[in-house]
Design a protein around this ligand. Structure first.
Ligand SMILES: Nc1nc2c(c(=O)[nH]1)N(C=O)[C@@H](CNc1ccc(C(=O)N[C@@H](CCC(=O)O)C(=O)O)cc1)CN2
Ligand SMILES: Nc1ncnc2c1ncn2[C@@H]1O[C@H](COP(=O)(O)OP(=O)(O)OP(=O)(O)O)[C@@H](O)[C@H]1O
Length: 229
């Protein structure tokens, strides 16, 4: 299988991240995309089908944009995003993390540096996770995430959230890794009731906290009182 989710326990003290200057080209190929999106909380088949059609169109456009991305800019953004994560207090204070193994053919934000430098693949499947690093095709600043259309992540996240609730575990922070080009204007990504929103985004420009959970963990970290259990 080309993809695995990896659960890891942080073992080593993380060295301070190097500061990286990124000449991010804020290219907005979606500026032209002015379709009205339907946000669907109902289970009406026609409404849901209309949303899936819009998602399909958007996926094609984002894939085209990612394929056209200059490789050196991509690599700069990969490094910047991973360095931001390695230097982030919320990351350093997490005990258990779940991340994706990035697939370069899919033009996903690279996770190699994160996985290889500081993490140790030892984790009991029954332990609660603090942070989940997620891929995706597009995101917005309100936490919407467009995946590749399989529903794998949404299903996994829903199941994990239900498990955590049933065991009284703290819900994990859902953090999506995004190239600058993948952050779209609010309202462009259509959603249905099964789409699980993310708590924060990490792009080469920095961390974008979105949910109250992300803001609260930021505050707790600043106060030095973050508990990861
Ligand atoms: N690293 C990683 N693993 C993952 C996912 C992911 O998004 N990233 N998935 C998330 O669901 C699942 C696998 N889903 C996938 C969905 C599409 C393609 C793919 O190759 N799509 C091509 C086009 C295929 C086509 O149009 O026929 C593409 O996206 O260009 C690969 C995996 C589970 N594993
Ligand atoms: N929790 C769930 N249970 C059952 N089906 C689900 C769930 N979440 C999503 N699906 C189904 O998966 C299919 C794809 O959904 P969607 O287009 O939202 O996927 P995606 O977000 O692009 O993919 P992914 O979640 O893998 O990143 C839809 O038919 C949707 O109804």
């Amino acid at each position: 299988m080309f993809w695995q989710s990896v659960m890891m326990t942080q073992k080593y003290t993380i060295a301070a991240a190097k500061s990286v200057v990124v000449s991010a080209q804020l290219w907005r190929p979606y500026g032209l995309l002015r379709m009205t999106t339907i946000n669907c909380n109902s289970n009406n088949r026609d409404d849901v089908d209309a949303v899936f059609k819009q998602k399909k169109t958007l996926r094609t456009q984002v894939k085209k944009c990612l394929k056209a991305m200059d490789p050196s800019l991509r690599s700069q953004q990969d490094n910047a995003i991973q360095d931001i994560i390695l230097g982030a207090p919320w990351f350093k204070s997490s005990l258990r993390l779940c991340a994706y193994i990035s697939c370069s053919a899919l033009r996903e934000v690279d996770t190699f540096k994160l996985l290889s430098q500081i993490l140790q693949p030892v984790m009991q499947a029954n332990d609660p996770i603090d942070i989940l690093l997620l891929p995706g095709l597009a995101f917005d600043r309100s936490g919407r995430r467009l995946g590749r259309g399989g529903g794998y992540y949404d299903t996994f996240l829903k199941n994990y959230q239900d498990l955590a609730a049933s065991r009284n575990w703290k819900q994990p922070l859902l953090v999506a890794l995004s190239y600058s080009q993948q952050i779209l204007d609010e309202g462009v990504i259509p959603i249905t009731s099964t789409d699980v929103p993310v708590d924060a985004l990490v792009s080469p420009e920095g961390v974008v906290p979105i949910s109250s959970a992300a803001f609260n963990s930021k505050k707790k970290i600043q106060n030095g009182s973050l508990s990861c259990t």
